[in-house]
Design a protein. Structure first.
Length: 258
């Protein structure tokens, strides 16, 4: 072998050696990003969910084998809420449907495992709602009763869970559904639920956003704008992506109501 080929071969080997060292250095980062179907792993990912969105979506789409444990099942359902509403955009409809389906299945198992606890009922209802929003409200009227039943139970068990979440989501359901012969939509019931949700979760921007939309319909735009103005001063109590989304929603509603 002449000197030039030997030098090229040596350079290639040297580059490969540096690459191996680099990949070994990154290995802990890759390992930390992986999620397995255990409570500690899922809780760690949840705490860092703003940077773990892609990993959470991949975890849900992989449909991992899950222990038949309540605390595992409802956490997977909670992942679906985050992935479907805050990670996947509306161009990825099939992915949204897939993750919300996983969320509704795991939430349903959780609520049946321990019907006396709030988490299963609550996260199940949210995934059912996510499926409805993604498919279209009119295409999903058949699941509205199941969603309301779970929310009724969640309200009975712990109305303050997730910043007044059971009342917030039930109020939103009453607001978004048609009324009359088609379904049980009712803006007055929505208003009552959302006022109570804001009492129980006064720092939740989402409570204020949903309430403002109902107030705009039943009372006035100026009253709704006052609620939104107050919401802008609330502390950030949810995750980074959630709070960013809420701030955009507030700005959009302010433009709409003015």
């Amino acid at each position: 072998m002449t000197r030039a080929p030997r030098r090229r071969a040596f350079a290639i080997l040297l580059n490969l050696a540096f690459l191996a060292v680099f990949l070994r250095a990154l290995a802990p980062t890759f390992a930390a990003a992986a999620i397995d179907a255990t409570v500690p792993s899922m809780d760690a990912a949840w705490e860092k969910r703003a940077s773990q969105g892609s990993a959470i979506v991949a975890f849900l789409k992989s449909r991992p084998k899950l222990a038949e444990e309540y605390d595992v099942q409802w956490r997977v359902s909670r992942f679906a809420y985050f992935a479907g509403f805050f990670v996947l955009d509306n161009t990825r409809k099939d992915d949204k449907l897939e993750v919300f389906k996983v969320g509704s299945e795991t939430g349903d198992r959780a609520r049946k495992m321990q019907p006396q606890r709030v988490e299963g009922h609550y996260w199940y209802a949210i995934s059912v709602g996510g499926l409805g929003i993604t498919k279209g409200i009119m295409a999903s009227l058949g699941s509205a009763d199941s969603m309301r039943d779970s929310l009724d139970e969640a309200v009975r068990l712990d109305p303050g869970y997730h910043y007044g979440g059971p009342l917030r989501v039930r109020g939103r359901l009453y607001f978004k559904l048609p009324g009359g012969l088609l379904s049980f939509g009712d803006n007055k019931k929505a208003l009552a639920d959302l006022k109570k949700a804001l009492e129980l979760g006064p720092d939740s921007k989402l409570n204020a956003i949903y309430l403002a939309e109902v107030v705009e319909k039943l009372e006035s735009e100026s009253s709704a704008l006052k609620i939104l103005e107050a919401a802008k001063k609330l502390p950030d109590v949810a995750g980074e992506l959630e709070e960013s989304s809420y701030r955009r929603d507030i700005a959009d509603l302010e433009r709409r109501f003015r």
